[in-house]
Structure formats: structure tokens, C-alpha cells
Write a new protein. Structure first.
Length: 365
């Protein structure tokens, strides 16, 4: 095999989901956000495992992502579409039984006209100013929208990964003002919001990144490993250079291993000079430029060159690699290349046990 191998530890994903569910506490359900193909790891296998674990609410970004998740989770779980109901989406939404999270009075009108009587949720903007119904529109339209029977009212925090940021309390207070007494289940917290404490949990939480044990839930179990096969190994004499631009020059007799991944696989050029790969417990610096499909690694100090080197693993987490690339775990994960072979590790016979269900969760679309 000449592509990298991305291994997703579904037991770790499940353990992280359960730990986040315990934090949310009794009376609060825990959903799962599997947009962007499950943050690059594969929405189908992740959603299927979490459905077995007891998750009943799944979230995708756009309707086009919903069908694969529906197929993975079966007919009973709810699959919410956070882009809401866009023109032309009715067939997709109805076909896969997706619940649009309506973001504006216009989307509400469109949904009621195209799919009257079909389930929907509402996103209320409490300050992120990205998606959701504005407070003034809500004041004017709440009575009509609530009368139509939404199954969920949600909002999203701008600064949940900064616990001390005053925007958190301000958004929480506004969410209360907009939704108290509505009699509809509510959801405010993604991973960061779960860590802010019970006041932010309401009836349903929506963790995404935390499922992979990445920041802001760095205390979680790492769930991703990425191994790159060594295609070729060569000796390089003192003074010889390696790679495009001749940017690295050997200062000692060296051994260079060329591994099968590059910037086309989400290992960005900016990593040049800051990237390490691991042979078991030994770190090996990448040298020279990152090419489209290849990275060159100084393995001079290894007694034996293994068949593959780890770039994400026990010694280099998603967050550490992201930091080296000047980005965050979210971006690193979602840019993981389509070329990697994806393997899903799971102990046989693992199945979920009971977790609190959200009120009304059994009411399918
Ligand atoms: C992406 C997203 C989430 C999940 O966020 P994480 O930080 O990955 O847990 C939840 N809600 C909304 C509206 C989102 O866009």
C-alpha cells in the first residue's frame, strides 16, 4: 500500500462521547456533530458507532451531507441540517428525513410552504452573527414560529473555548431571554460550551471536535492516528541537498526516507522545518520542502527504518501537529486527505449502554 493509513479509533470516539454525556448530566441529551464528513474522519462509521452508543441527535452542515448520516444511523435518530432549508432542498430533506434548523423568517416561510407539517428546529442568533434568527425578528415572529411546533431551539457560542470571555455570559443571558417559557427543548453548547458547565447545557449538547479528544477537549482520548509508508530510503552525502529549491543541505552523512503524503493530503507546505515524524518513540525531523505527494525525513539516527512513520499518534497529537502548521485541530482534521486509506478500529462486541434521552427524541420525522 502506498497511501497513508488513517486509523480512527471508534472506541475512543465513543468513550469521548460518553464522557461528554456524563458532563452534561442527567436530563440533558448529548448529540453528535458529524458535519464535514465527521471532521474528515468519515461521518458514516462515526455516526453509526455513536448511534449504537445511544446518540439520537446528529447534526450536519448542509442537506447534501444528511443522506449518508441517515443511512448510518437508521430511521429513528434525528439528523439536523444547520444550513436550514435552502431553495431546492425540499426533496433532499424529505427524502432522508432530515430536520432543517431554520435560520431566518424567510427559511421558516420556505419550509412551511414546501414541507408543511414536517419537523423543524430554529437557530436563534445570540451574538455570533453568523447563522440564526436575529433578536428583533424573533420578537416579531416568535409567536407564529412557536405555534408551528419546532422540535428544538438552538444557538451557538462565539467564545466557548475562552471560559472567561464575557461574550459567554452575555449570550447565555440573551438565549434565556429569547427562549424561557417557550416550552421547547433547547441547545446552546458545542464542545466548548459543555466545558463551561451546567448552566450552558439546557436539554441537548452538540459536541463535534470533542469526539476526537482535540482542543478544547484536550483531556479526551486521542482518536486519530496517521501513518505514512516509507517509499524509498537513500544515503545523502555531506553537501548534497534534498527536495525542491535545494532548501536543506546535509551537514553529515545522512539517510533520507521519502514518505507518501504531502500538501495534497493536508500536510501543508508551511510545516517545512517544523514537522516531525515518529518511528515508534523516536522523533525524526522532516527536511526540505513539503511536496504535493511526498515528504522527506531525516532518519539517520534510526537503527532500522520502519515501513511507516507516524505523523499523528501517541507522540504527536492532532493539536500539536495543528500548532506546528499554525492552525487548529478542527482545520487539520477536516483537511485530512481523501487519499488516505481509512481504517476504523473497534474492539469486537462493543455496544452502548443507556444514556439519558432527550424529551421527544423518539418522535421521528
Ligand atoms: C460545528 C458546530 C458545532 C460543533 O462544534 P465543536 O466545537 O466541534 O464541538 C455545534 N454547533 C454548531 C452550530 C456548529 O456549527
Amino acid at each position: 500500500m502506498s497511501t497513508g493509513l488513517l486509523t480512527i479509533d471508534l472506541d475512543a470516539v465513543a468513550a469521548n462521547w460518553r464522557a461528554l454525556a456524563v458532563m452534561a448530566g442527567p436530563g440533558c441529551a448529548t448529540g453528535a456533530v458529524v458535519k464535514a464528513d465527521g471532521y474528515g474522519t468519515g461521518a458514516g462509521p462515526v455516526a453509526a458507532r455513536l448511534a449504537r452508543e445511544g446518540a439520537r441527535e446528529f447534526f450536519v452542515a448542509v442537506a447534501e451531507e444528511g443522506a449518508a448520516v441517515r443511512a448510518a444511523v437508521g430511521p429513528d435518530a434525528r439528523v439536523f441540517v444547520m444550513a436550514g432549508h435552502m431553495a431546492g432542498d425540499a426533496g433532499l430533506l424529505a427524502g432522508a428525513g432530515l430536520v432543517p434548523v431554520l435560520n431566518s423568517p424567510a427559511q421558516f416561510a420556505r419550509h412551511r410552504a414546501a414541507l408543511p407539517g414536517e419537523d423543524f428546529a430554529l437557530h436563534l442568533d445570540t451574538g455570533l452573527n453568523r447563522l440564526g434568527i436575529e433578536p428583533e425578528d424573533w420578537e416579531a415572529g416568535a409567536a407564529e414560529m412557536l405555534a408551528a411546533g419546532p422540535s428544538l431551539l438552538m444557538s451557538h457560542l462565539a467564545c466557548a473555548d475562552e471560559p472567561g470571555h464575557p461574550a459567554n455570559a452575555a449570550q447565555l443571558a440573551l438565549f434565556h431571554r429569547m427562549t424561557d417559557g417557550a416550552g421547547v427543548p433547547r441547545s446552546l453548547a458545542a464542545t466548548g460550551g459543555i466545558l463551561l458547565g451546567r448552566a450552558y447545557h439546557f436539554d441537548l449538547t452538540r459536541p463535534g471536535i470533542g469526539l476526537y479528544g482535540a482542543e478544547p477537549y484536550g483531556a479526551g482520548r486521542p482518536a486519530v492516528r496517521l501513518s505514512l509508508p516509507v517509499i524509498q530510503t537513500r544515503p545523502v552525502a555531506v553537501g548534497e541537498t534534498v527536495g525542491y529549491g535545494c532548501s536543506w543541505r546535509a551537514e553529515r552523512p545522512s539517510v533520507i526516507a521519502t514518505v507518501a503524503a504531502g500538501y495534497a493530503d493536508g500536510l501543508h507546505r508551511v510545516l517545512a522545518g517544523r514537522l516531525r515524524l515518529w518511528a515508534g518513540d523516536v522523533a525524526c525531523p522532516a527536511v526540505g520542502r513539503v511536496s504535493m505527494d511526498l515528504i522527506t525525513v531525516d532518519v539517520t539516527d534510526l537503527a532500522e527504518v520502519p515501513e511507516a512513520l507516524d505523523v499523528i499518534g501517541p507522540h504527536q497529537t492532532v493539536d500539536q501537529l495543528a500548532a506546528a502548521a499554525g492552525t487548529i485541530g478542527y482545520e487539520l482534521l477536516t483537511q485530512l486527505g481523501r487519499r488516505y486509506a481509512r481504517a476504523y478500529a473497534e474492539a469486537p462486541g462493543r455496544a452502548g449502554s443507556a444514556v439519558p434521552a432527550m424529551a421527544g427524541a423518539e418522535v421521528g420525522p
